[in-house]
Write a protein that binds this ligand. Sequence first.
Ligand code: FE
Length: 369
Amino acid sequence: MFNKCSSYLLTISLLIIAILAGCSSGTSTTSNTEGAKPEKTTETAESKPTETGGEVNIYTARHYDVDQELYDMFTEETGIKVNVVEGKAPELIERMKREGESTPADLFITVDGGILNTAKTEEILQPIVSEVVDKQVPTELRDKENQWVGLSTRARVIVYAKDRVDPSELSTYEDLATDKWKGKVAVRSSTNLYNQSLLASFIDIMGEQEAEVWAEALTANLAREPEGGDRDQAKAIASGVGDVALMNTYYVGQLATSAEAEEVKVAEGIGVFFPNQQTSGTHINISGAGLVKHSQNKDNAIKLLEFLTAAKAQTKISQANFEYPVNSDATLPELLESWGTFKSQNIDFAKYGELNPKAVEIANKVGWK
Ligand code: FE
């Protein structure tokens, strides 16, 4: 029975819960309400951050272990505590918009130039004023108004089954859409942002019509319906499903250094080819950080950006994750070194965002699932 007394007790209990919840949200500026992964902080010793070097709050869509290692290194060097909220980029952008001036976020970190540009056009960022960052990162890997700065780049390349394909047979992305590769191409779904940005780059470079012709012919050449992530495309060709695949370079490094022998074997069986070297260049994308407009720890945020773009952190990102550094003083891991240098597309990353709806429309139209 639900009598008056139990109703009273329930009210009291709810009040206590509400008070406790209020307390915890008052002390934690990074409460995670978006259903993202549980937040991580670099809290190591003292729980009162302001007694040391203060703090900096990051909303990030990057999901790599090396990022946390770098935040820990930064805290160790500066005493500045790093609070991290992980989530999907569009959700984090929505969250910052909703939080407005009271957002705890100081930095927004994500992959994809289109998303970085979206954060800019949604007016949640502000210019990063730092001579150190400007010196460490070339202009083409920063936003024109310096609202975001690149942290790493990745190339979307052709990988091939070494036992069946001679690299001399490979040339361009366009070539993968010719009859020569009928039933031999593996690529993940077009719902993935990596492919949407690839297609957006083609719309910019070759025009909408040509990009559609390419997407349609590529889809007709697929060895199987798109499934899995980038690594699964390498696994497909290693197991004989298709001869060539499109994937991001860093996944090749991750396979090669995997704890699973099977994955190492996959990496050994594939070669990396940088397409379009005589023409428009290989497609690259960027991972970067934007300074949040309503940042309350701006100085610390800029210090962290200076740290992350310095040669030491850049070398670590590249060595651990096989991404390309944005700072040319960084040391590449042997694997990336072995692939040599390559010509990349000369493109404004903002285009990936601007042309994303068109890319999605084309992919749907041609039936690229
Ligand atoms: Fe990825």
